[in-house]
Design a protein around this ligand. Structure first.
Ligand SMILES: Nc1nc2c(ncn2[C@@H]2O[C@H](COP(=O)(O)OP(=O)(O)OP(=O)(O)O)[C@@H](O)[C@H]2O)c(=O)[nH]1
Ligand SMILES: [Mg+2]
Length: 321
């Protein structure tokens, strides 16, 4: 190809892409800043005693990390440093280490069993937690990996929801199956499975309407979607992903509990970890539910979905390294 004499038209001044760890650190900076500020407040020129340990425990619980992890940190600290001077940096290092231990077992890559064709991924969660956006990001990742992906607009109640999924479909080159507005979501899931099978798609990702976990009727609808898919393939849906909004705080624990019982959630995506002060909730969810966390969302763009790394997250939230 001939080299152009003219310079390229000025591209919008793109900032150099930050490293993944830097973006995670930026995203978690609000969570981390509050926590490290409070820790520094406790451990300035103080020995480790009952009082400082209690204060630390409170801080960790207030940061949504959960009782279990808070106790792990204080116990570990007490066993090696009791009665000694301890700096906030040392406390943070131990916190990072203990948080990593809790997160390690749940930081697992999403592995799709492609012996099922299509492999069905059902995406569920409370309203606005990032289901549709995550589907778009995931479709991009999977198609970049060479898989053929079909999307199903199972949020049949809102025209805007169907449109939003279609836009992601266009962006990622994935066909979208949709129905008339207000059609039965389980019926749509059934049709989408057939279409994906006929088309030979590797993966079918089904979007669903957001619902509060305490709305029994809507939760029953989700159960029906699962049941109907099972008639096509007893093991479908193979992956049931729940999006959890990291800004939610403690209610997220209950959300996971109920969606898990009703829809058989077997993996999580923690969204909106950019800019939340409540990122610690991921640790509490990991300790309680022990469900794999496949990805975390750190923005609204197509590539703002990252595999979850326990060590990176632990360091970022503890402000270490
Ligand atoms: N900052 C940030 N915003 C996100 C992230 N993921 C999703 N969003 C935004 O959150 C809003 C809701 O996202 P959706 O994907 O529409 O959420 P949903 O769960 O499909 O919502 P419903 O279909 O209404 O239940 C949108 O404005 C998204 O751009 C994320 O990781 N970070
Ligand atoms: Mg949606």
């Amino acid at each position: 190809m001939e080299k152009k004499a003219e310079p390229e038209p000025a591209a919008p001044a793109a900032e150099p892409r930050k490293s993944w760890f830097q973006r995670l650190r930026d995203g978690l900076s609000r969570s981390s800043r509050e926590l490290t500020g409070s820790i520094a407040g406790i451990f300035t020129k103080r020995k480790l005693d009952e009082e400082t340990l209690e204060e630390l425990e409170d801080v960790l619980i207030r940061a949504d990390l959960g009782m279990e992890t808070a106790l792990r940190v204080t116990d570990t600290l007490a066993s090696s440093r009791y009665g000694k001077d301890v700096s906030d940096a040392e406390v943070r290092a131990i916190m990072a280490q203990e948080v990593e231990k809790v997160l390690g077992p749940v930081a697992r890559p999403l592995e799709l069993d492609l012996s099922h064709k299509p492999h069905v991924i059902l995406v569920v969660g409370v309203n606005g937690t990032g289901k549709t956006t995550t589907i778009g990001k995931l479709a991009a990742k999977l198609s970049q990996g060479g898989l053929s992906v079909m999307l199903a607009a199972g949020d049949t109640f809102r025209a805007a929801a169907i449109e939003q999924l279609k836009i992601w479909g266009e962006r990622t080159g994935s066909p979208v199956v949709s129905s008339k507005l207000g059609a039965d979501a389980a019926g749509l899931a059934w049709d989408a499975f057939e279409k994906a099978r006929e088309a030979g798609s590797d993966v079918l990702i089904i979007d669903t309407a957001g619902r509060l976990q305490n709305k029994a009727e809507l939760m029953a609808e989700l159960e029906k979607i699962v049941r109907v898919l099972g008639k096509h393939d007893p093991e479908a849906p193979h992956t049931v992903l729940q999006t959890v909004d990291a800004t939610t705080g403690q209610n997220a624990l209950n959300q996971v509990e109920i969606f898990r019982n009703v829809a058989g959630v077997n993996g999580l995506v923690m969204t909106k970890l950019d800019g939340t002060a409540r990122g610690g909730i991921l640790v509490a969810i990991a300790a309680k539910h022990k469900l794999p966390v496949y990805f975390i969302g750190v923005g609204e763009q197509v590539d703002d979905l990252e595999p979850f790394s326990a060590g990176d997250f632990a360091k970022a939230i503890a402000g270490v390294g």
